[in-house]
Design a protein around this ligand. Structure first.
Ligand SMILES: Nc1ncnc2c1ncn2[C@@H]1O[C@H](COP(=O)(O)OP(=O)(O)OP(=O)(O)O)[C@@H](O)[C@H]1O
Ligand SMILES: [Mg+2]
Length: 413
């Protein structure tokens, strides 16, 4: 039980940590990318600005007289271009990127990323204030892409390592956090176990004394006799309750036995024991038991698990109804289902039925002496055997309880 809580706690912890780290990494990546692009735009603006001064009219023609070195520009993956006022390309220095039209608003600078090329285009005006052309500085974003890829890898592997290390730390942390809870739970179980154990002797004394009184009824008034019978019946109920509590407290703490048992012999013996109750209510039992199935564990506990389910099916099914018991095996587990055509369980109650002491109001008229521990015990035993118990039910139609237990070894005949 605590192992599942521990895993859930660890999973939640890692999920929260993973989410925080991912958001952090994403923010770092976005800020980094923006900074790099802003920085590049600034650099390209400076270059384009310098280039605007290198286009001049000479003898009525536009001429470029540039100090920029073609080689230097190529080395840096850059390109410089001059256009006339109609956007026609005049000169290119450095890399040759696909020429995109000069899309410039009338006011001035335009900066754009197209096809992984970042460009800054500036207008060039003559001394008399006329636009004579444009200068464009461009750079491939390959280098930035590479740096961002490296950053992605760095952040990704950083998150992975952080989660891995946190997972190891988390295992230790969750075990530390669970220790006080486990301790209190163990103390509570110990108390229940001790109290149930201590109650046994006085209960036996009460029962025995009442039985002795009933053994010599001479001179006893009939009303007194009824009182002694009531004392014995109440003492029996409390004895059953204390032994159920004792069993519940001990199931979790007992070591799981590995003896292998024939499932059919456990079930058939139970059916034989419950036959009188089935006959009393004229219930029809349909059994469909697969041969050769085996389970590992504690035979009395397993028998108790199926007894509780079968008794419920009998108790909560009106006279003349039907009860089915089916076994089947899948690759890794065997499945026992016990179905009835009884009173069923309301959808709102279905999650409560495995709680200790819970009983539906409608069920009390069918089974007045119950304490509501039967299914809690069944689930504790199933869990203790690494199994699962589940239920489907329709009110006034019937219920099916399904137990899955790991296969010990199967043999089909
Ligand atoms: N087969 C069933 N059909 C309808 N209701 C059921 C069935 N099995 C269990 N329930 C409901 O679940 C409740 C809890 O069952 P559980 O076996 O734990 O206690 P109980 O039968 O009332 O008493 P106990 O088993 O301790 O004698 C029952 O009171 C009943 O309301
Ligand atoms: Mg019951």
């Amino acid at each position: 039980m605590f192992r599942a809580i521990r895993y859930r706690l660890l999973f939640m912890y890692l999920l929260v940590l993973g989410t925080i780290l991912s958001v952090f990494a994403l923010s770092v990546r976005i800020v980094f990318e923006h900074n790099r692009i802003d920085q590049l735009t600034e650099d390209l603006t400076t270059i384009a600005d310098a280039a605007t001064r290198e286009l001049q009219y000479e003898d009525g023609k536009l001429k470029v007289d540039s100090d920029f070195s073609d080689k230097d520009l190529k080395n840096r993956d850059r390109s410089l271009q001059w256009f006339d006022s109609h956007g026609k390309l005049i000169v290119t220095l450095g890399m040759t990127f696909p020429t995109v039209p000069v899309a410039l608003d009338r006011k001035g600078k335009s900066s754009s990323i197209q096809g992984h090329i970042q460009s800054v285009t500036l207008p060039i005006t003559s001394n008399d204030g006329h636009r004579i052309g444009f200068a464009r500085a461009s750079q491939s974003l390959q280098a930035i892409d590479k740096t961002i890829d490296q950053l992605n890898w760095g952040l990704g592997s950083g998150i992975f390592v952080a989660i891995f290390l946190s997972g190891i730390g988390g295992i230790w942390l969750t075990s530390q956090a669970m220790q006080p809870i486990e301790r209190s739970f163990a103390q509570l179980q110990q108390f229940t176990s001790d109290a149930s154990h201590e109650l046994r002797s006085p209960l036996t004394a009460i029962k025995n004394n009442a039985a002795v009184a009933l053994k010599y009824p001479a001179g006893m008034r009939s009303s007194d006799r009824q009182k002694f019978e009531a004392i014995i019946s109440a003492a029996n109920q409390i004895t059953q309750l204390t032994s159920d509590l004792l069993l519940l407290a001990r199931v979790d703490r007992s070591k799981l036995q590995t003896q292998v048992h024939q499932l059919n012999s456990i079930l058939e013996e139970l059916i034989q024991q419950l036959r009188p109750q089935l006959d009393d209510k004229a219930l029809q039992l349909n059994q469909n038991l697969m041969a050769g199935l085996t389970v590992a564990g504690d035979a009395p506990q397993l028998s108790r698990l199926f007894r509780n389910l079968l008794e419920n099916a009998i108790q909560y099914t009106p006279n003349g109804g039907q009860i089915g018991i089916n076994t089947v095996f899948y690759r890794k587990y065997i499945q026992v289902s016990i179905e009835d055509t009884g009173i069923g369980i309301a959808p709102a109650d279905i999650n409560k039925i495995f709680d200790r002491f819970w009983q539906a109001d409608s069920a009390r008229s069918y089974h007045s002496g119950g304490s509501g521990l039967g299914l809690a015990i069944a689930r504790a035993i199933a869990n203790h055997h690494n199994g699962l118990i589940s239920v489907t039910s329709h009110l006034n139609k019937g219920s099916t309880f399904t137990v899955r237990l790991p296969v010990a070894k199967h043999k089909l005949i």
